[in-house]
Design a protein around this ligand. Structure first.
Ligand SMILES: NC(=O)c1ccc[n+]([C@@H]2O[C@H](COP(=O)([O-])OP(=O)(O)OC[C@H]3O[C@@H](n4cnc5c(N)ncnc54)[C@H](O)[C@@H]3O)[C@@H](O)[C@H]2O)c1
Length: 215
């Protein structure tokens, strides 16, 4: 498959690109930063999904909108408008099989930074719009909403033992996901899945489910 992933120089996007490469797919990655992956099947575009030039690429089969920022004053521009821009350019054509958005648990809780949560909630709504419009190509569109994932985006709390313990106390399975596990979900939702569309999948170690039974 011809797979296009944004935000491939670090974290979740890099793990997703590596997962698809390890399964023999061709991966085109995009990031504002230079490439950090070396593979004969990997090519890299260095640009900004919101304000940079998006090159012509024919026949993308899997599109994964992963690039994102947090608490940056550009959260709405990058996470929401940038992902819409990429999707409108590459998704609506005969070869497309699946579009995936890496949203966030904050899309459904509203917790986290205000514009970040709004950008991810908007992304889930836009995902449903894409699912309606892309079905005519036989393609699926879904979003994956992780809770905490161990990437540099979260160094602030991961490197502070007190904050980290508070977070673990809020999480039913007291842990966060590794980027490689999120990559497995992304692979399943775009390659294995052929029948689920217009859905948001929450992978948050039970953070939202945590409830206490008072008796
Ligand atoms: N880490 C988490 O806990 C977590 C949880 C839920 C959702 N997410 C989402 O997952 C995605 C990846 O997050 P991560 O933790 O891997 O972050 P990260 O910072 O490690 O990686 C993000 C990548 O996106 C790139 N990027 C940022 N702005 C860009 C732009 N305008 N154009 C092109 N590339 C750009 C960065 O250069 C970087 O390589 C983000 O959308 C984030 O909101 C992360």
């Amino acid at each position: 498959m011809k797979v296009f992933v944004t935000g491939t120089s670090n974290g979740i996007g890099k793990a997703i690109a590596q997962k698809f490469l390890s399964c023999g797919h061709e991966v085109i990655g995009l990031d504002v930063q230079p490439a950090t992956i070396k593979s004969a099947n990997y090519s890299h575009i260095k640009t900004d999904i919101f304000s940079g030039e998006l090159p012509e690429i024919e026949g993308i089969e899997i599109l994964i909108n992963n690039a994102g920022v947090q608490n940056s004053v550009r959260d709405i521009d990058v996470n929401l408008k940038g992902s819409i821009r990429v999707t409108e350019k590459y998704a609506f054509q005969q070869n497309i099989k699946s579009v995936l958005f890496i949203a966030s648990a904050s899309a459904s809780t509203g917790a986290e930074f205000p514009e970040y949560s709004a950008s991810k909630g908007g992304m889930v709504a836009y995902m449903k719009n894409v699912a309606l419009r892309i079905a005519k190509f036989g393609a699926t569109a879904n979003s994956l909403s992780p809770g905490g994932v161990k990437t540099a985006l979260n160094d602030h709390v991961m490197n502070d033992p007190t904050l980290w313990q508070q977070i673990m106390n809020e999480t039913l399975l007291p842990k966060w996901a590794e980027p490689e596990e999120i990559a497995e979900w992304a692979y399943f939702m775009t390659i294995v899945n052929r029948s689920m569309t217009a859905q948001d999948i929450l992978v948050d170690n039970g953070e939202q489910a945590k409830a206490n039974f008072i008796w």
